[in-house]
Design a protein around this ligand. Structure first.
Ligand SMILES: CC(C)(COP(=O)(O)OP(=O)(O)OC[C@H]1O[C@@H](n2cnc3c(N)ncnc32)[C@H](O)[C@@H]1OP(=O)(O)O)[C@@H](O)C(=O)NCCC(=O)NCCS
Length: 164
């Protein structure tokens, strides 16, 4: 299969609508959030520790088409995380996801990151195969979640719990 020429580069404001569409169709936006909010959060965090990378297709016809994305986050100078790893359906299985994630790895490594963690749903077999192909090892741990609801709070007990 032909691999279109791609340029992996940083997200620009003009990419916003295309990236939102890609994330919505790929289902990578965290539950309870939306693509615009995720972009806004990471663009604002850019100066500190997060970079949105996009794979722009330069096929002559539409130079600004976005084929894939990844958000690379330097969590603490040693450990990085990846988010919103996605490739447009029509561009899958052409090595574009791999090239994009590898660019994120290089970026994090250049910032001193030694190890990358990411979360993938257990039933997402294509993504698990993709990450294995890239050399990721599945860790023997599980992901826990709890929705925090309004609970009655005894202020005295809370104060003593935090040492006041
Ligand atoms: C997972 C995803 C990003 C892969 O993107 P991609 O651009 O198609 O991946 P690549 O073409 O770079 O694949 C590299 C290798 O990964 C493996 N791989 C990728 N997709 C695969 C699939 N559907 N089934 C099995 N292996 C797969 C293959 O080994 C592939 O190499 P090969 O094509 O030479 O066999 C893409 O399928 C996607 O966007 N999925 C929906 C969003 C998602 O689940 N993201 C991950 C959230 S954690």
């Amino acid at each position: 299969m032909t691999v279109p020429p791609i340029e992996v580069r940083e997200f620009r404001v003009g990419d916003q609508a295309k990236v939102e569409r890609l994330w919505q169709s790929a289902g990578v936006v965290p539950q309870g959030s939306d693509a615009a909010t995720v972009i806004d959060t990471y663009v604002r965090a850019r100066a500190h520790h997060a970079t949105i990378l996009v794979a722009a297709v330069s096929n002559g016809a539409d130079k600004s088409q976005i084929a894939a994305t990844v958000i690379a986050v330097d969590e603490n100078g040693r450990e990085g995380t990846l988010h919103c790893v996605a490739t447009c359906r029509e561009y899958r299985r052409r090595g574009i996801g791999r090239a994009t994630v590898q660019a994120a790895e290089r970026l994090l490594q250049s910032r001193g990151v030694l190890n990358i963690k990411l979360r993938v749903d257990e039933d997402n077999a294509p993504a698990r195969a993709f990450y294995r192909n890239l050399g990721f090892k599945e860790a023997n741990s599980c992901y826990l979640t709890k929705t925090l609801t309004t609970v009655s709070c005894d202020n005295n007990r809370l104060s003593s719990a935090v040492g006041n």
